[in-house]
Design a binder for this molecule. Sequence first.
Ligand code: COA
Length: 190
Amino acid sequence: MSLEARELHPLSSIPGRRAAAPQAYGLRPIRRTDGRAIHGLIAECPPLDLNSLYAYLLLSEHHADTCVLAEDGSGQIAGFVSAYVPPRHPEVLFVWQVAVHPRARGCGLARQMLWHLLERPASSAIRYIETTVGPDNAASRGVFAGLARQLHATCSDSALFGPELFGPGGHEEERLLRIGPFQPPVSRPR
Ligand SMILES: CC(C)(COP(=O)(O)OP(=O)(O)OC[C@H]1O[C@@H](n2cnc3c(N)ncnc32)[C@H](O)[C@@H]1OP(=O)(O)O)[C@@H](O)C(=O)NCCC(=O)NCCS
């Protein structure tokens, strides 16, 4: 199936997750025309940093295969994950931002989007997921700890960007979480 096709993922298809959501979401790669909606979603999802709209346009232009947008039945944006493969580490999927609109939280959409990215053919060489989290971001840690369990992989936590790198604004440090090694769903024996 083309990645541009709209794919409906019932939550019950995700190992270890009960179907608790009242609806399924359409998951698809991002497009140029999504930039404004993504920017608006991130603005509603503190503590995420709101990047420039231009940054989201660049993601749609250069990293559409590793980013995903979730839409509800009326075409409203419900979630978004940005990720990319670092140039010198083709076995790593670096997850930049995970956002679920407040009305769609608590029913597995964040994990559903991450799993969807790993199911794409573009992820067949991926063996690790990396992301950065603040020391007190329980939501972020919960999402990635759950994903590590689902992948039967370990999750390590190490220092990466200290608070001094962010200037005087009072930004917390960003620690590196690394999950893996694992076989992504697309390359697992069926
Ligand atoms: C964090 C966020 C993406 C979670 O989205 P969601 O769709 O509600 O998350 P899910 O339902 O898929 O939950 C996945 C796991 O994370 C855990 N989790 C989700 N929100 C949590 C929270 N606030 N505190 C602790 N754990 C949380 C869930 O319990 C679940 O754990 P499990 O795998 O053991 O069942 C969403 O709350 C959000 O957009 N927050 C603001 C932005 C943000 O903090 N982003 C960074 C997250 S990586």
